[in-house]
Write a protein that binds this ligand. Structure first.
Ligand SMILES: CC1=C(CCC(=O)O)c2cc3nc(cc4[nH]c(cc5[nH]c(cc1n2)c(C)c5CCC(=O)O)c(CCC(=O)O)c4C)C(CCC(=O)O)=C3C
Ligand SMILES: [Fe+2]
Length: 434
C-alpha cells in the first residue's frame, strides 16, 4: 500500500550529526498483522498508574502484584522509593500532561475524537474508563499504551487487562477496543532520544574539557531498559510457529539493540562505545532476569577495572521508557547517577520522550495509521524489525499460559474479548455455544 521511501518525516533532530534514518518500506513478515482503517470514535490512553500519596502506596502495590499472594510486609520493603517521594509517583501527572498534549495535537490536525485515560493499577482504572466511554455513546475505541516494546508487561498484559475489563463490565461484544502497534521504532519515539543523547554527550564532553570529542574513547553511552524475566523475554513478540529468530535471543532485546544502533548512527560519535543494560529487577533471586544490571555494569567498567582504565564519562539513555516516572527518577537519577558519582565518573541522564513535540506528533501519526478519518498510509519505522504487527499473532507475548480473555490478537473477533479458558464455556447459561 505505502510507497517505499526513506526520509526524516519533518523531524529535525537538534545536535545530531546525521538525520535519523526512517523507512516506510513494507515488512513482509509483519504485513500479515496489518489492520484495515476503521472509523474510531474514542481514543484510550492506557498506562500503568501510580500512587498519589502515602496512603495509596500499599493498595497500589497490592494491585500491581494481585494474585501472587505477596504479604503487605514484603510490599512495604519494595515501597521505599515511593515513600521517599512522599508516596507520589510522577507517572499520573505525566499522563495528564500527555493526554492534554494529544488532545491539542489531534485538534490541530482537525481530528475530532475524544481522548480518555485509564490505568492498569490505579485510578482512573481501565474498567471504569471503558464504562465511561460506553456510557458516552462510543462504540469503537483505539488504544495507545505508554509501553512501546514487545513483552508480557508492555503488550499482552494490556491486551488481557482490556479483555478482562470487557468481560467483567459486561461490555464484551458491545464495545470494540483495538490497539496501535508496539511503536518502539517509530521515529516520534526515537527522535527525542537522538536529541537527548547528542545533548548529553556534549555535556559530558564539556565536563571533561574535550568539547572537540578528543576524549570520546573515555565516554560510554548506556542504554537502559526495564529488566524482565528471561522467560518473558523469550516469549516476547512470538507466537506458535514464529518464523523469526532475534538478535540477543528475543524480540525484546533485539528491538532495544536496533534502536540503540539507530540513535548512535544519528548522533555520529564513532569513538564512543555503547552497551544495553537493565534496571529495576524484582522477583525471586533464583529466577533469571535480563542482565547486566546498570549499577553492576557501571562498577564493572569503572576506572581501575579490566580494560577500562580510562573511563571518565557516562551518558545514560532511558531507552525503555516513555516518561520520567519512578523507574527513571529512582533507579536512574537516584541510584545509577549516585553509583557514577561515587566512582568519580561524569554522568548525565537523558530525558525520556515525555511530551516532546516529535513524540506527541508521532503518537497522533500512529493513531492516524489506523483511523479511517485522516488515514496516513506511511508506517514509518527506524528498525528493520518493524513496523510491528497491528494485530498480534496468536499467543504473542504469553509468558506462561494464554489463559485470559485478550484483545487485538489474530483469531479474536473484533469487539469481543476472546476467553480461551475451557471452563468459561461451562459458566455460560446456555451451555456455552461459540
Ligand atoms: C517491562 C516493564 C516496564 C516498561 C514498560 C512500561 O512502561 O510499561 C515496566 C514499567 C513500570 N513498572 C512500574 C512499577 C512496578 N513494576 C513492578 C514489577 C514489574 N515490572 C515489570 C516489567 C516492566 N515494568 C516486571 C516483569 C515486574 C515484576 C512482575 C510484576 O510485578 O508484574 C512493580 C512491583 C514491585 C516491584 O517488584 O518492584 C512496580 C511497583 C511502573 C510505575 C512507575 C511509577 O510509579 O512511576 C512502570 C511505568
Ligand atoms: Fe514494572
Amino acid at each position: 500500500m505505502s510507497a517505499e521511501s526513506t526520509g526524516t518525516f519533518g523531524i529535525t533532530v537538534d545536535g545530531a550529526a546525521a538525520p535519523l534514518a526512517v523507512s516506510t518500506a513494507t515488512n513482509p513478515v509483519t504485513e500479515a498483522g496489518r489492520a484495515a482503517p476503521t472509523e474510531y470514535d474514542a481514543i484510550l490512553l492506557a498506562s500503568f498508574g501510580g500512587p498519589e500519596g502515602q496512603d495509596d502506596v500499599i493498595p497500589f502495590l497490592r494491585n500491581v502484584t494481585r494474585g501472587r499472594g505477596i504479604p503487605d510486609e514484603r510490599l512495604e520493603e519494595v515501597s521505599h522509593h515511593y515513600r521517599a517521594f512522599g508516596g507520589i509517583s510522577p507517572i499520573n501527572a505525566q499522563n495528564r500532561e500527555l493526554k492534554a498534549a494529544l488532545e491539542a495535537e489531534l485538534a490541530a490536525q482537525g481530528i475530532d475524537v475524544p481522548v480518555y485515560w485509564g490505568n492498569r493499577n490505579w485510578d482512573p482504572y481501565i474498567p471504569q474508563t471503558l464504562q465511561e466511554i460506553y456510557d458516552a455513546g462510543h462504540r469503537k475505541v483505539l488504544m495507545l499504551t505508554t509501553s512501546v516494546y514487545s513483552c508480557y508487561s508492555s503488550c499482552r498484559q494490556y491486551r488481557e487487562d482490556i479483555g478482562v475489563a470487557l468481560t467483567e463490565t459486561g461490555l464484551a461484544g458491545r464495545l470494540r477496543v483495538d490497539k496501535i502497534r508496539q511503536y518502539f521504532d517509530h521515529p516520534g519515539f526515537v527522535a527525542p532520544f537522538v536529541e537527548g543523547t547528542a545533548a548529553g554527550l556534549k555535556q559530558v564532553r564539556e565536563a571533561l574539557d574535550a568539547a572537540d570529542g578528543s576524549r570520546d574513547g573515555e565516554i560510554r553511552v548506556l542504554f537502559s531498559t526495564h529488566s524482565i524475566p528471561t522467560r518473558d523475554a523469550e516469549a516476547a513478540g512470538r507466537s506458535e510457529g514464529e518464523p523469526r529468530t532475534f538478535e540477543g535471543g528475543s524480540a525484546y532485546v533485539a528491538q532495544h539493540l536496533a534502536n540503540a544502533r539507530a540513535i548512535m548512527a544519528a548522533v555520529g560519535a564513532p569513538e564512543v562505545k555503547w552497551d544495553l543494560v537493565y534496571q529495576s529487577r524484582s522477583g525471586a533471586p533464583h529466577i533469571p532476569w535480563l542482565e547486566p544490571d546498570i549499577n553492576d555494569h557501571i562498577t564493572a567498567i569503572a576506572p581501575g577495572q579490566d580494560g577500562a582504565a580510562a573511563l571518565k564519562g557516562i551518558v545514560i539513555v532511558p531507552l525503555g521508557f516513555v516518561s520520567d516516572h519512578m523507574e527513571v527518577a529512582w533507579d536512574l537519577d537516584t541510584e545509577a547517577l549516585e553509583t557514577c558519582s561515587e566512582l568519580g565518573i561524569e554522568a548525565v541522564r537523558v530525558p525520556t520522550p515525555g511530551v516532546h513535540r516529535d513524540f506527541v506528533a508521532g503518537l497522533v501519526e500512529l493513531l492516524r495509521e489506523r483511523m479511517a478519518q485522516g488515514t496516513v498510509a506511511d508506517r514509518p519505522h527506524v528498525s528493520d524489525l518493524g513496523p510491528w504487527y497491528d494485530v498480534c499473532r496468536p499467543g504473542c507475548c504469553a509468558n506462561f499460559r494464554a489463559d485470559k480473555p485478550v484483545i487485538s490478537e489474530e483469531g479474536v473477533e473484533l469487539g469481543t474479548a476472546h476467553d480461551p479458558r475451557p471452563e468459561s464455556a461451562a459458566l455460560q447459561p446456555d451451555g456455552g455455544e461459540s
